[in-house]
Design a protein around this ligand. Sequence first.
Ligand SMILES: *Cc1c(COP(=O)(O)O)cnc(C)c1O
Length: 396
Amino acid sequence: MILKQNRNYRTATQMIHAGTMRSSYGEVSEAIYLTQSFAYQTAGLAEMRFNGEDLGFVYSRYANPTNEIFEKKMCLLEGAEEGRAVASGMAAVSSALLCMTRAGDHVVAARAMFGSCRYVIETILPRYGVEVSIIDGTSLKNWEETIKPGTRLVFFETPANPTLEIVDISEVSRLAHAVNATVIVDNAFATPLYQKPLALGADVVVYSTTKHIDGQGRCLGGIILSNTDWITENFQNYFRHTGPAMSPFSAWVMLKGLETMSLRVEQMTRSAIRIADLIAQHPAVEKCFYPGRADHPQADIIARQMSNGSTMIAFELKNGKKAAFNFCNTLTIPLISNNLGDVRSIITHPATTTHQDVAADARAELGISDGLLRFSTGLEDTNDLLEDIERALNAS
Ligand SMILES: *Cc1c(COP(=O)(O)O)cnc(C)c1O
């Protein structure tokens, strides 16, 4: 295997070259090692492989060459020491939480989050005797009052799905570290291009790679990134013995996604900035939330922790569900769907889809009203998107 790696390259270069391992054939595009296990020349070599004296692959449930290339690339992008690719974003979130909690622990999470993340924290963790506090994460005072000795970890998404609410990563990390709690950040919306939680003080970063990293709507995936100590002490055995690993085929698709991610995300963001401006000034719109606009309620934190806006826009129409459905049904280019970060623009009505399972009062608390829509900006021509969205706003 030929390994090419250099921490000094800039992001775009990393995306193409970092972590690449080539077989003796010297293939240009990475090989897909679609194999469950690995064979050994001799029984003695098998023994050494299992006891760690010989470093090499054993079984794809815990290590595979294609997955390792993807993990290495993500580590370099994120500034992490170790990464483990898993089967979906939810496999990343649930295993990062479950691997380190035990009965009697206390977990604090910001309430603005993806419906399934909320289910894991609110419903699954308490079954195992974990005490859970779900708070309004936009207020530092709430974090200060809730984090206590015995808090094992804190979890939040920023920007959050779907309302694009922000949590102050460095301030919350400071509060959590004062009681030795681990900080886990779901960075799916920001992408590794626009926000580096580890550099801001977080301990663990999780992604749904289903989103911008694949970026072309093909495969589910997730990844967990941290330092070597956290992976060794908390994650490795959990991962090895519970089996949430990513398929090498999906890891290869993710590698192809990474090669173009910066071009895609930057162009999608350029369009999103113009679309957010159109939406924000339209009379049918009650509110527009976009991290790249000066009127975002947490623009000060965004300026400190994010290097650019987002491909995602959330907005609330004045006439509730009827207007939201009219808007979706009038659009001709965006798909009505629930993925995001795709090259195709996607419109989602969270209250009736991704957050349908969240109780109505909790939805109201989160600002997921019947008029709220989430728009994921794709790679179509910006002017086509602007014309289509304006027509749909007029008709809503
Ligand atoms: C989509 C998403 C997830 C879940 O990812 P899957 O790949 O669908 O399992 C988790 N967190 C956030 C913020 C998401 O947007």
